[in-house]
Design a protein around this ligand. Structure first.
Ligand SMILES: Nc1ncnc2c1ncn2[C@@H]1O[C@H](COP(=O)(O)OP(=O)(O)OP(=O)(O)O)[C@@H](O)[C@H]1O
Length: 643
């Protein structure tokens, strides 16, 4: 299954440390990038201090000294009206850089906000924003700017805002695609599943992870905007003569090119160098931010479009009742007709080989499948059918009602934040406490999951945790909302054997202490007996047998359950060769028309493959159900053998 840890992530302090220091160190190793950055800083500093350091007022004319070349009085010479070029260059730089800041600011704010929404909020928002950006891109920029200058009496700020709007689509696209790649991250899914608001997720979890490509593109855009601005000023738009601007100074110099070619150099060269410096900075940033995350999408909580229908009768003692649950991706059905009850405070195992649909079932219960999935059926929790409930109801259940831990806790924890940050956010959200109280609860939770030094663990980042510690932290995150149900998806698979036992022991202890019910997804029937009271055996998208653990182990009715038990090293007789189940689980789309296990079953007859097989109750045991039309024959045959 895709590893999704609900009740993880969520944070309150940005990462000031390792990865950013590493990026800075990497940047400092690029001489061209460093030189360009230093040059830009010097230009900005000089331009900012222009009023203080310029030798002459920028518009002061001295016709007697017109068109002079560099001298002690005029370091960069004078223009055709005898104005000091250096003074005009520095003061003109203020106009140029202010305009750049205005245009870039507008492009970044618009681009990042819209890009985040398009990349994260779903298809409809994405379509609307994508169409809108296409429209903006289709409008010829120069015409829009000419119109704005005409309508605003050549207002420089209005022109640069227009340039910013015109440039925003570039940032929208970059942000959108980066956000799309991050929105499938498990820590984002985890935040969704606990019901964190979308705006908060975008700001706290998506944006910090996609700043790299945005900054790189902002640097490139700065160069482009400076070029455009230079062009506009060159033709007299924006900054009106006699006020200086870099583009305007190029234009002035061009008019006297034949008389004094030198004059083109200061403004032309400075504009070119500043543009080049922005491009070099972008290049260096691109190299250092190449490690920015960009992993494939996995999950995003989504409600199916299926119309709401009446739920089948559910058990009165069950905290969670699943009825007729089915999942399709496009045309491909991967899970069908899943029914089970989870008693309050009980533990249910879902077992089966890889690819049987265990994880998809769990994600469907949680409502954390991607938008490509259609989930039908009923997931009754606390009197509410979660599969048909409004988003706010589902959000309220997540974390406090149902929490989730996965097989890979590392990917569920946001790498940017410390354990204290992530857990503290959850505690604050659930208990509405702050400061020392919040910290106290964080330490209490870390202690509750058996971490020997909670203070030390709280200070660590996810990459500083071992697998077992990370899983304990993930469990602590899950416990923060005091959930009534914990879905644990193969919580020990990624851990070594000694730690596996510890984590299972911890789950058992927590279940006893807190009364929380557990759905344990596992391949391993051995751990089932240890922790669970009932068990659902899944095969090729269906539950093929459901019973109490003792009953299932004593009287397995489905040939697949028997084969699974027979192939389990913990349960097999000592000294005998372990029997393997021949063949493999058929992939969704290749299920046989009748019994899904027919191809691998030694009891198969023609009637097994002629029509779909339903789950029926085993006569002698009320809570024992099996999906096999030959269950009685098999039971009788085995009884005969035993006699
Ligand atoms: N997004 C998806 N699109 C299409 N098919 C999918 C998708 N996610 C899962 N599946 C398919 O659904 C089936 C069930 O997958 P699932 O992950 O639930 O199996 P599993 O029993 O949990 O296996 P494992 O123990 O290896 O995690 C698999 O055949 C898988 O390829």
């Amino acid at each position: 299954m895709t590893a999704v840890t609900v009740e993880a992530s969520l944070v309150d302090e940005p990462d000031p440390t390792r990865s950013r220091f590493r990026s800075v160190r990497e940047y400092l190793r690029k001489p061209l990038g460093v030189a360009a950055g230093v040059f830009l800083l010097l230009v900005v500093a000089a331009v900012s201090l222009a009023q203080v350091i310029v030798p002459y007022p920028p518009n002061e004319q001295d016709l007697g000294a017109a068109l002079s070349t560099p001298s002690a009085d005029h370091w960069l010479g004078t223009d055709r009206l005898g104005r000091d070029v250096l003074s005009r260059l520095l003061v003109g730089g203020q106009h140029s850089l202010l305009g750049l800041a205005q245009a870039l600011g507008v492009a970044l704010v618009l681009g990042v906000v819209l890009g985040l929404c398009a990349g994260y909020l779903g298809r409809v928002v994405d379509n609307v924003i994508s169409r809108a950006t296409e429209v903006i891109m289709a409008v010829p920029g120069i015409i829009a700017m000419l119109m704005v200058y005409a309508l605003t009496d050549n207002n420089a700020a209005a022109g640069m805002v227009t340039v910013g709007i015109n440039s925003a689509p570039t940032i929208v696209r970059v942000t959108r695609s980066a956000a799309r790649s991050v929105r499938g991250e498990v820590f984002v899914a985890a935040s969704e599943v606990i019901g964190m608001g979308r705006t908060k997720i975008m700001i706290k979890h998506i944006l910090p992870n996609i700043w790299g490509p945005i900054i790189v593109n902002a640097a490139v855009l700065a160069a482009v905007i400076l070029g455009v601005q230079g062009g506009l000023n060159y033709i007299g738009l924006g900054i009106t003569p006699p006020d200086p601007s870099w583009g305007g100074m190029v234009s002035d110099a061009q008019q006297v090119l034949a008389q004094e070619p030198w004059l083109i150099l200061p403004s032309g060269l400075l504009l070119t160098l500043v543009i080049m410096a922005f491009l070099l900075v972008a290049d260096a940033l691109r190299d250092t931010s190449s490690g920015n995350r960009s992993r494939p999408t996995t999950t995003a909580a989504r409600r199916p479009d299926e119309p709401s229908g009446p739920a089948l009768p559910v058990s009165e003692t069950a905290v969670l009742s699943v009825r007729g649950l089915a999942v399709t991706f496009g045309e491909l059905q991967v899970v069908k007709d899943v029914n089970f009850d989870l008693a309050g405070g009980g533990a249910l195992a879902i077992v089966g080989e890889s690819g049987c649909g265990k994880s998809v079932t769990a994600s469907a219960v949680l409502g954390s499948l991607g938008r490509s999935a259609t989930v039908t059926g009923h997931v009754q929790f606390d009197g509410v059918d979660l599969n048909h409930a409004p988003d706010r109801v589902r959000a309220a259940v997540r974390g406090t009602g149902i929490a989730y831990i996965s097989q890979d806790p590392m990917v569920a924890l946001d790498p940017c934040f410390t354990v204290a940050g992530q857990l503290g956010e959850l505690v604050g959200r659930h208990d509405r406490i702050r400061g020392a109280q919040r910290r106290q609860r964080v330490l209490e939770l870390l202690g509750q999951v058996g971490l020997p030094d909670p203070e030390d663990t709280a200070r660590r980042y996810p990459h500083q945790l071992s697998g077992g510690m990370a899983q304990r932290v993930a469990i602590a995150c899950a416990l923060a909302g005091r959930p009534r149900v914990l879905v644990a998806d193969e919580p020990t698979t990624a851990l070594d054997v000694t730690i596996q036992g510890e984590i299972l022991g911890l789950l058992r202890r927590l279940q006893e202490q807190t009364g929380m019910a557990i759905v344990l997804i596992t391949h391993d029937l051995g751990v089932v007996a240890d922790l669970c009271q009932s068990v659902a055996v899944m095969y090729a998208g269906e539950i093929v047998e459901f019973a109490e653990v003792q009953e299932l182990f004593a009287r397995p009715r489905h040939p697949y359950t028997r084969a699974l038990l027979g192939a389990n090293p913990m349960l097999a007789p000592r000294g005998e060769r372990l029997p393997a189940i021949p063949g493999t689980v058929p992939a969704p789309g290749a299920w046989p028309s009748g019994c899904h296990f027919a191809d691998r079953c030694s009891y198969t007859t023609d009637s097994c493959v002629s029509e779909a097989v339903g789950l029926t109750q085993v006569m002698e045991a009320e809570d024992h159900h099996v999906r096999c039309i030959r269950q009685h024959d098999i039971a009788a045959q085995l009884e005969g053998q035993l006699r």
